[in-house]
Design a binder for this molecule. Sequence first.
Ligand code: ZN
Length: 444
Amino acid sequence: MSLYNLFAENVILPLSDVLLKRNIKGNLDFLMDSQWWSREKIIEYQNKRLRALILHSYENVPYYTNLFKRLKLTPSDFQTVKDLIKLPILTKSEIKKNRDSLLAKNIEKKDTMQICSSGSTGEPLCYFLDKKAYGFQMATNLRGLYWHGFRLGDKNIKISQNERNTLEKRVQDFLNRTTYVFSKHLTSENIQSTIDKIIETKPKLIYGYPDPLKFMADYIIRNNISMPAPKLINTSGNILFPENRKQIETAFGTKIADAYSCEGAPNLFQCNHSSMYHISMEYAITEVLNLNDTKAKYGRLITTNLHNYAMPFIRYDTQDFIQTEDVVCGCGRELDVVGKISGRDSDILKAPSGKYLIVHNFTGYFEYLDSIKQFQVRQEAIDFFRILIMVEDNFSSSLKAEIELYWKNYIGSEAKVIVDIVESIPLEKSGKRRFLIRDNKIIL
Ligand SMILES: [Zn+2]
């Protein structure tokens, strides 16, 4: 650890915490300790925070005051995490309808920040987070990076599809030794200039969405570029598929630590001892429900942020699907583990037989076909699937027929499957790439 790391952690961070009214440093110290707590102690902490959140919501948030009255519930009905089932799921459309009544009356606007998230479907949701909750969220993310050897003050590059537009963020970047690269369009020129910045600054860490990094990896491999390997790449914001991980790691000559977070704000961070993700249970309660709203190992991630008092989301439906695992990770941390993150429910297809098809069904197949660069599956009717593929020069027409036959058998003979070779597969407005698209007339 360098002197600058110590300075960043013990001088810059506490100072900016005071100026910006958040407590990243205190929360980070807490989280570095709580990660080693026993499961019982973690659950006890969650129960305590939940009781406080429920009481606050009941007393200060009109939406919840009304909801509790309507359901004839009082805060004393909520003693542990298991009692959460007494409340309905909070959907994105419910939030949009009740934005004003979800705001706490006793929290001043200056102590909150508005966050607008595009989500992986590109449908934006704007909400308020109190600055303290933001500080906790940032600390969970930093803890994840610390697992992989990064320290605050290490040089890093952030590749983003959004412009850096506030002075505060630019000052923060300067102090944190962050080089911010705004790369909206992934042209060869932009990719080359990002690579030049990596060569010039030799960062320890590169942050980015998986898809832009995958395009960069293609470019690096194609042009046989050699550059200094960062210690770590941190991906988030979109699903990182195994074949993309492999390619990015090869091109950049380093390991990826993947993370997940969303507007409801759970934080999942890949462990340094396994390929699994740890849930930051100190930050949010995570429930997993199947399509019938019953508890399951694989299903929709429902989250309750234990720290956001400005606009509490209790049992928020993230619409993302995850696979939890009943194992204790080899690292010794008893925080719950997640094996896979599968994306939004609009990224799930439904075969005529009723069988669900998720991204991993397809990536597990396409990753072994060298002559296919990218794919996207579009379900246009309950019995009609169109698979778009971008191919390499060595692609043969017999393979096209083979793919059609394989997926027809897999999905079921009632379905028609067509493979179209295309020049490009467009990204979503948000800059993210979708692998599966189900026509919205087809209900799961
Ligand atoms: Zn672990």
